[in-house]
Design a binder for this molecule. Structure first.
Ligand SMILES: [Zn+2]
Length: 208
């Protein structure tokens, strides 16, 4: 495991298993071999954190790496209350690979944390990120915010509270909101432009 590395070492000196873990966390192919692709990915990642010495790995860089969301691990948290598994419906085909989309998801997750906190009870995600092909397969429109990771469909853990939940969301959610509860779809759609209690003009409202 990378966390077992005590001092700073050369990346060539990692074990095959450690290289695989590094590759998995960098989101690249897991070959277990320290080749040019892995070197480049490590160098780019270190540079993105303001670190030099691309040939070295040690407790500082490993600590930062392990804090990052592991998008291949369904239990990895994207925010205080939500996990990669909820973003992807636990489907590998729904794992976001683009940094822009990953960042969008985290932004929305932080707003959803506020909703969760104030509602005070668990919120169930029925659909979040949908890559274009999956969005088409489920009958979504091509301009859906789900494709960008910027929309989520949710229900309260107690389904009888759905209508009340939706009215409460409508009051305080300043991004787009799709009324699903009251049109029989059984979920509320929230999109992110502005989020929770943002103030100003609210985003569009529609019924499914
Ligand atoms: Zn939706």
């Amino acid at each position: 495991m990378l966390k077992d590395i005590k001092g700073t070492v050369k990346i060539e000196d990692l074990s095959e298993e450690q290289i695989r873990e590094l590759q998995r966390r960098l989101g690249i192919q897991q070959t277990g071999i320290m080749g040019p692709m892995t070197r480049k990915a490590w160098e780019d990642w270190k540079r993105s954190k303001g670190m030099g010495e691309p040939g070295l790995i040690g407790p500082g860089s490993i600590g930062l790496l392990l804090e990052e969301i592991d998008w291949t691990d369904m239990t990895s948290k994207v925010s205080k209350y939500f996990t990669v598994g909820e973003v992807t419906k636990r489907q590998a085909a729904r794992i976001p690979t683009s940094k822009v989309i990953q960042d969008n998801i985290v932004r929305l997750a932080k707003e959803l944390d506020k909703v969760r906190e104030e509602w005070g009870k668990p919120i169930i995600v029925t659909s979040w990120y949908r890559p274009l092909a999956i969005n088409r397969a489920v009958g979504g429109v091509d301009n859906s915010q789900h494709i960008e990771g910027l929309a989520v469909d949710i229900v309260p853990i107690d389904p009888v509270e759905l209508i009340e939940f939706e009215r409460w969301l409508d009051e305080h959610w300043y991004g787009p909101l799709g009324w699903g509860a009251q049109s029989g779809r059984g979920f509320t759609h929230l999109g992110l432009t502005k989020g929770w209690r943002a103030g100003g003009k609210k985003g569009p409202r529609w019924r499914y």
